[in-house]
Ligand binder design. Structure first.
Ligand code: GAR
Length: 202
């Protein structure tokens, strides 16, 4: 069976990347194979996770590509070279232009640490999302996996899962609970669902 070639874009710790790598190892992600990990940060621990799993890594840094168009052109070059079928944004902290996203309709997934349409869009990333949720006083938050289009966090929703906010939560505690109870489960599941659809199409 042909597998979809998956490229994962990261910027940080890479726990979501780890969930994908673990799913591959466990045989729950079978329709897709992670062939490339690209980071826009040289010191992202996600790169170490990829190397430990024997996955090819590349960095595309802002200092080397200060212009967004050149930065994205380099991404496209690497993605094309790796024959990428599916791109997964797993804690990738840069917003991609419409020019980039329109090249890959229904072929870019993102995991967002809230129940979209709450706490999403430009400026809502990482811990800031959980800070905003706590400030608002919501009792339930969660995570969303969605397709990426030209609107930040605006593409079609694929999977969502709710997570309770508990008394005494800090942004860090809530972030961890949302990751454990939602993100690390949803992202590999969505990766398998979409990879299967892509490979069945062919
Ligand atoms: C995750 O919580 C992810 O949902 C979030 O950043 C964290 C990255 O953690 N992404 C966004 O906020 C994107 N808008 P990780 O590097 O350990 O996977």
């Amino acid at each position: 069976m042909r597998q979809a070639n998956i490229a994962v874009l990261v910027s940080g710790g890479g726990t979501n990347l780890q969930a994908l790598l673990d799913a591959e190892k466990a045989g729950t992600l079978v329709s897709g194979k992670i062939v490339l990990v690209i980071s826009d940060k040289a010191d992202a621990y996600a790169l170490t996770r990829a190397k430990n799993a024997g996955v090819r890594t590349e960095t595309v840094l802002k200092r080397d590509f200060p212009e967004k168009a050149a930065f994205e052109a380099r991404l496209v070059e690497l993605l094309t070279e790796a024959k990428t079928d599916l791109i997964i944004l797993a804690g990738f902290m840069r917003i991609l232009s419409a020019d980039f996203t329109s090249r890959y309709p229904n072929r870019i997934l993102n995991v967002h640490p809230a129940l979209i349409p709450s706490f999403c869009g430009e400026g809502f990333y990482g811990l800031k999302v959980h800070e905003a949720a706590l400030k608002k006083g919501v009792k339930v938050t969660g995570a969303t996996v969605h397709f990426v289009n030209e609107i930040p966090d605006g593409g079609e929703i694929i999977l969502q899962k709710a997570v309770d906010v508990l008394p005494g939560d800090t942004p860090e505690i809530l972030q961890r609970r949302v990751m454990e109870q939602a993100e690390w489960i949803l992202l590999p599941k969505a990766a398998e669902l979409v990879s299967r659809e892509l490979t069945e199409e062919q």
